[in-house]
Design a protein. Structure first.
Length: 413
């Protein structure tokens, strides 16, 4: 279960209510018309779980993800968060970047006879993904038309060049809906199939996401509208949005948020004006000893969202020991680390608010598949709402495409 504590200060006016109503209506139209498809993934993706039951995966011990950005970040986040709470889950390895050292080190960990390989690319021609795929085929001498093809899975758009490749070699293929963008695709086959194969309860994760989306469209999550309005309305003065997560395992979630937020909202609006909110992901309590100084006494151009886990489900207590010279820390003796990290979050939040910085809070009662599904749906909805209020196309990425075009041209010469 998610709970929402302190909120950004919002002064309700007829203008703010109208803007929130317009954004809600825009998202409702996107959902009902099927123009944007991520809203319905919690239901539609259940079919992938049924398909997966027909595939023999007993010999698979390793799952290798070949993808970048929206094709890997969400999978990586869910894997890192839920792994400590999921017994007997399979090993997952990620080949994302074109860094040759990382590629070489990761390949050394792969056991071909126990591994399956997921090639994930919405367009099918992502240069990092196709380059790594070629490298794996050559290095492991993968027979695309023999027994090896049972270990190869393709997740892509129907009709893409990667789909043509999969059909040519009769590989396992799962498709991403045309109306779902890559960075909104974690609840599609992109995340659902490999994570379910690894042993995660994706039915529960989809259920958590679906419940929040359904509750939002039923009018029960007004805090989302209010937060989106505050962020959009204050974006010129508070142009940086900080996600301060108080759990090490949430670090990859913050990276997923950075892509979702930055690629969706950094745009030129319908009036030709540049808009956006720069996303920054921090981990507490570590970044209290670095970036917090900038938040408190630096330019007042930031807003902060704090995420906490109320119960880590780990019994670890600080020993009742007195050490010479540092007796002043004995006040914490016999208390749990669970209490310590959440007290650190509370104190940091209070200091931020007292310094005049806008802040809000999200708490998970515990780490669970349902809660992680809900928090991902929360941020997808929030992104769409802010994009609507900014009057931008939340779902394209022309700036990224320009860089790709220049890369292709430069490497082709």
């Amino acid at each position: 279960m998610l709970s929402f504590g302190k909120h950004f200060p919002l002064e309700s006016t007829s203008a703010s209510k109208q803007k929130m109503d317009d954004a809600f209506s825009a998202l409702k139209e996107e959902m009902q018309s099927d123009r944007i498809g991520y809203y319905k993934l919690p239901t539609h993706s259940l079919t992938h779980l049924e398909t997966l039951k027909t595939i023999n995966t007993q010999s698979i011990k390793q799952i290798v993800i070949i993808g970048i950005g929206g094709s890997s970040l969400g999978i990586k986040a869910i894997n890192s968060i839920l792994r400590p709470y999921t017994p007997d889950v399979k090993e997952m390895l990620f080949l994302e970047n074109s860094d040759p050292l990382t590629i070489k080190e990761t390949m050394e960990k792969i056991r071909k006879e126990e591994a399956c390989f997921f090639m994930i690319s919405k367009s099918g021609s992502t240069i990092e993904t196709t380059s790594v795929l070629k490298t794996l085929i050559a290095h492991f001498e993968i027979d695309l038309d023999g027994a090896d093809k049972e270990r190869l899975f393709v997740v892509t758009d129907a009709g893409s060049v990667l789909s043509d490749f999969a059909k040519h070699h009769q590989l396992h293929e799962f498709n991403i809906p045309d109306n779902v963008g890559g960075r909104f695709s974690v609840l599609s086959a992109v995340g659902v199939v490999p994570l379910a194969m690894a042993g995660y309860d994706m039915r529960a994760l989809l259920g958590g996401a679906g419940s929040l989306i359904q509750s939002f469209f039923a009018g029960n999550e007004n805090h989302l509208l209010e937060k989106a309005y505050w962020l959009a309305s204050n974006s010129e003065t508070q142009s940086i949005n900080v996600l301060f997560s108080y759990a090490d395992r949430l670090e990859d979630l913050t990276k997923w948020y950075v892509q979702l937020w930055g690629e969706s909202l950094g745009k030129i609006d319908t009036n030709g004006k540049r808009v956006g909110l720069t996303p920054i992901g921090l981990i507490g309590a570590v970044d209290q000893h670095s970036f917090l100084q900038l938040i408190i006494e630096g330019p007042k151009d930031k807003s902060v969202t704090f995420i906490t886990v109320e119960d880590f489900q780990v019994d670890l207590t600080i020993p009742d020991i007195t050490l010479f010279g540092i007796e002043k820390t004995d006040f914490i003796n016999s208390q749990s680390f669970n209490r310590l990290i959440n007290a650190q979050c509370d104190a940091t939040m209070q200091s931020v608010i007292e310094s005049g910085v806008g802040a809000d809070a999200i708490a998970m009662d515990k780490i669970s598949a349902e809660n992680i599904g809900a928090i991902m749906a929360y941020y997808e909805l929030l992104t769409s709402l802010v994009g609507s209020m900014f009057k931008v196309n939340t779902y394209n990425q022309p700036g990224v495409e320009l860089g790709k075009q220049i890369l292709y041209k430069n490497l082709s010469n």
